[in-house]
Ligand binder design. Structure first.
Ligand code: ADP
Ligand code: ADP
Length: 224
């Protein structure tokens, strides 16, 4: 599987050119998109996630024309935005169960199994009955992963995941992420160089909407 981005450009209505002729080939595994605040990372992530349109260029993934076939993309996408909305006064286990119903898992015992496996995987099983509104930042991020994984995604986008996490939480989150890249295209957008060094097999650096550098993280980062 491969995500192909070709000559993507985007200018917002206020005149800010957030993406300038961006081209990237992203293969199965963990890909790091590294850049400072305002570089255009979220603009690119939101475009891939079908949440906003580009002015020019194309994106394809696994035979899907991403900019045109939005419904198809949403079926295979796991998206973790920087902040994913309000956290309701509902427990993790209940929300995952509801989401599993929406996903079409109608058999109750099958659903229970799927949900329990996700809660174990994300280390949230012991706090599964707590309201999400009371979760810490790290717990919320891990819940985001559980939610994203429920859809069995082929493409996962993670936007600035470790911002505001303490070192222990960051480690836990890293371990979780590194398992995801085995048969999925995972894009990790971050301004933290060490996140990319530790996790990614391939990367690009973006600044002011332009791709400055592509390659293997250890070589690319050391060449800066
Ligand atoms: P659109 O231009 O596509 O209608 P919005 O203006 O509604 O998009 O903004 C989409 C998202 O981008 C919102 O989360 C908003 O807070 C954020 N946003 C809006 N303007 C800026 C800006 N100048 N810099 C960074 N983020 C912004
Ligand atoms: P990053 O994720 O790397 O911080 P963004 O994609 O959020 O970068 O922002 C890139 C540039 O586009 C910034 O100058 C930002 O202020 C601007 N921007 C982002 N979203 C919007 C928006 N919805 N409307 C107007 N400008 C925006």
């Amino acid at each position: 599987m491969k995500l192909s981005i070709k000559n993507l450009s985007k200018t917002y209505s206020n005149g800010v050119q957030a993406l300038k002729n961006v081209s990237l080939e992203i293969e199965t595994g963990m890909f790091g998109l590294l850049g400072p605040n305002g570089a255009g990372k979220s603009s690119l992530m939101r475009t891939i996630a079908t949440l906003q349109d580009a002015d020019e260029g194309s994106i394809t993934f696994d035979g899907i024309n991403v900019l045109q076939q939005k419904e198809e993309v949403r079926k295979i996408l796991g998206y973790l935005p920087q902040e994913f909305g309000v956290y309701p006064k509902v427990s993790a286990v209940d929300l995952l169960d509801h989401l599993a119903v929406l996903k079409g898992i109608t058999n109750k015992s099958e659903r229970k199994e799927v949900v329990a496996a996700l809660l174990h995987k994300t280390n949230l099983y012991d706090v599964r009955k707590k309201h999400l509104s009371g979760y810490s930042g790290g717990m919320k991020q891990r819940f985001g992963i559980a939610q994203a994984l429920l859809a069995n995604p082929k493409l996962i986008i993670v936007d600035e995941p470790t911002a505001g996490l303490d070192p222990a939480e960051r480690n836990r989150f890293h371990n979780l992420l590194s398992e995801l890249g085995e048969n999925t295209v995972v894009i990790l957008s971050t301004h933290i160089v060490d996140d990319v060094k530790e996790l990614c097999t391939d990367m690009a650096i973006i600044n002011k909407g332009e791709v400055l550098l592509k390659g293997n993280p250890l070589e690319a980062i050391d060449s800066i």
